[in-house]
Structures are given as C-alpha cells and as structure tokens.
Design a protein around this ligand. Structure first.
Ligand code: ADP
Ligand code: MG
Length: 366
C-alpha cells in the first residue's frame, strides 16, 4: 500500500468541504436550540378581553391530553360569566346592584338577591375588621369626587360642605347586617363594590376553570392577579409595577406564585387628578371623605382574591402609621407598601420571596 501525497488542489477542496459541513452543522444545532420548544409554550392558552372596566387576561397551562380548543372554549365561558357578573355588580342601571341602589335612592328598603349575599357578608366582615376603612357604602362619596365616571372627571376637589354632608350621611346610615337579605332605608347611601368585586371575579375565574379540569391558570384583571398551580415546569411569575415608573424603573419586583395565590395592588396612580400641586385619587377615607394620604401603593398577597382586593384598599386607607396593624387584624402577613417619600417597606413573610428590580431598595419589617 502506498500513501500518495495529497495534491495542493485536493487539500484545498477538502478544507472547503469541511468548512461548509462544519458551518452547516453549527447552524443546524443553533437552530435546534433556538426553535420554540414543542410541548412547552404551545400548552399555554391565553386570551384577553374587556370586563368590569378593565382588561382581563386569562391564561391556562393545559395538560398534553387537554385540547387547546377546549381550553379556549372555557376561557370564552369565563368571559360570559364575567359579563353577567359585571352586570350584576354595576352601581347603576338595570342589574341587581343598580336596582338596589335605585331603591335606596327612592328611600326604600331593597331586597338583596340570594347570589349576592355572600359578597355582602364578606364586605361587611372586612368593614368591621378595618374599622370602616373599607366600606362598600362609600359610593356617594366616590360619585361626589367624580371617580365613578370618566366622562365627568373633576379638576378640583368638591366643596368642603358637600364632603361633610356625605360623610355624615354615611356615618348615620345602617350597616350591612346579617342575614343580608335586605338593606335600607339608607338616606344618601350608594353601594359600590368596586374595591372587592374584581378580586372576587378572579377567584370565580380560577374556580370555574378548576371545575372544568384546569388547575394551572393565571388571571390578570388590570394588574390584579390570581393564580393557581404552575406554568409547566416552573412557577407563574408576576411583576409588581412601580407606582412612579420611569424608563429604568417600570417594576418594583417580580414574584413567583406558590400554589393558590392572589397578588393585588391598590395605588394612587389608577384614577386621579392634580389640583394645586396635590394628587387627589380614588381611594377615599370614608371617615374624612378625602383621598387617603401617606402611601402611593399597597400590594397584598393572600390565598383569596376578594380578601386581597378589599384588604389592599383598607391598608391603603390605614396609611403609613397603621397598615401593619390593619394587616394583622385581617390575618395577612404578606404586604408591600410604597410610602409617599418613595420608601418601600415589605413584611418578612413576603420579603424573601420577592426578586427586587435593579436599583430598588426595600426595608423589611416583621
Ligand atoms: P382599583 O379598582 O383601582 O383596582 P381598588 O380595588 O382599591 O382599586 O378599589 C377602588 C374603588 O373602590 C374606587 O374606585 C371606589 O369605587 C371604591 N372605593 C374607594 N374608596 C373606598 C373605600 N374606602 N372602601 C371601599 N371602596 C372604596
Ligand atoms: Mg381593592
């Protein structure tokens, strides 16, 4: 056997072949690594729709044997359910709450339809535990301030005398009381479930989807989140927005959901106007009749959306000096607040779970 020396031309040809094959293989592996993982994201079924005056986004992480079309049909069923729910709980109009409010305005006693009594009862309980900081009877005050209707948005606070009258009427009116079958007469009272209904609606969404066989879901109701289960092999991850965002600080933190949880925020940036250099926002202190002062945002993490929603409002009204005792009274230990100064405070039970955004500094308290 003789070994013939490779000609210069054969060597050059081989070099180019190897280069082409090598580059081809490298590109092939890069493509394999970058292409969407089959069986990962195609299991995520997500739809957005408007309900209750906000954008709802419902996501399901379906099992392999659950058809995507079925998951989509279930989200459509949720959308219909939420439109019915919205109709029922709208302050005005021909829905059930609208009719209750019309009866109250006419000086009558209103019957409370059976399906509404559970939320009446929960609202009443949270009013009691919050010493009236959260109170669904606050509707007339919300209306006086013009926060109920974007078309008649105010640019200045209402007259002090009108605020005083509305607060006095609220103080004199009967409380929502067991067995929650009727309410009234209640002069000057307008019922407004705006601070609890969205959270309750997220609970109902998760419950509906669970009963339909979907245990891994997340619902985002305009920044109010409620999740259950996981997103495949990882937890659902959510972002908590900065109350005063700028180009470099859009989020305060991210949080991985554990099991069944709601993450709900009340902030002074949702609906407000500025007058004389002051911000007047939609979270009203029922005792003073004024927008609650001292905080920019409160985020509550709890296993129930309705509670977290009402609680975020109650803690916001409690303000910097009282939110911690208010959280304890409501049985909550996972809270994040942003004070007016920009100082961020987190309870110990939540602090370890938060991934703070770059440059965000938070103080931990017991
Ligand atoms: P958002 O609806 O912006 O997420 P909240 O859940 O905190 O914020 O609810 C605020 C709404 O609740 C207001 O728009 C108003 O209708 C009503 N509300 C305002 N102050 C109170 C209060 N102290 N107690 C109960 N409801 C309130
Ligand atoms: Mg709320």
């Amino acid at each position: 056997m003789t070994v013939s020396p490779i000609s210069k031309q054969a060597f050059t040809t081989m070099f180019w072949r190897r280069l082409i094959v090598g580059t081809g293989l490298a590109l092939f592996f890069a493509w394999l690594a970058m292409r969407p993982q089959p069986g990962a994201d195609d299991r995520l079924v997500k739809r957005d729709f408007l309900a209750m005056g906000t954008l709802f986004s419902v996501s399901i992480y379906r099992d392999e044997e659950q058809p995507a079309a079925d998951a989509e049909a279930q989200i459509s069923a949720v959308e219909r359910m939420l439109h019915d729910y919205e109709h029922r709980w709208t302050v005005d109009g021909d829905g059930e709450l609208g009719r209750i409010n019309a009866a109250l305005a006419a000086g009558e006693t209103a019957d409370v339809p059976r399906p509404m009594r559970t939320l009446f009862e929960r609202a009443a309980r949270i009013t009691e535990l919050s010493q009236g900081r959260f109170d669904v009877r606050v509707g007339a005050l919300v209306r006086l301030w013009g926060f109920d209707d974007e078309t008649r948005f105010r640019t200045a606070p209402p007259e002090a005398a009108a605020i005083e009258r509305t607060v006095a009427a609220l103080a004199a009116a009967p409380k929502l009381d067991a067995p929650f079958e009727r309410y009234g007469p209640a002069d000057g009272v307008l019922l407004d479930f705006g601070a609890i209904a969205k959270g309750d609606a997220t609970d109902l969404t998760v419950q509906h989807l669970r009963e339909a066989g979907y245990g891994n879901v997340i619902v985002n109701a305009g920044g109010n989140l409620r999740a259950s289960g996981r997103r495949g092999d990882r937890a659902w991850r959510i972002g908590i927005r900065h109350p005063r965002p700028d180009a470099s600080h859009r989020l305060l933190a991210t949080l991985d959901i554990q099991g069944d949880e709601a993450v709900i925020t009340s902030g002074d940036y949702e609906r407000y106007f500025e007058y004389d250099g002051r911000r007047y926002h939609h979270l009203l202190d029922p005792h003073s009749g004024q927008p609650a002062r001292g905080l920019q945002a409160v985020t509550v993490v709890a296993d129930n959306g309705a509670l977290a929603d009402a609680a975020s409002t109650a803690l916001f009204v409690a303000g910097p000096g009282h939110w911690r005792e208010q959280a304890t009274a409501l049985g909550l230990d996972k809270v994040l607040v942003v004070e007016d100064s920009g100082r961020i405070v987190v309870t110990a039970a939540l602090s370890g779970r938060l991934q703070l955004a770059d440059g965000v500094i938070a103080e931990t308290v017991p």
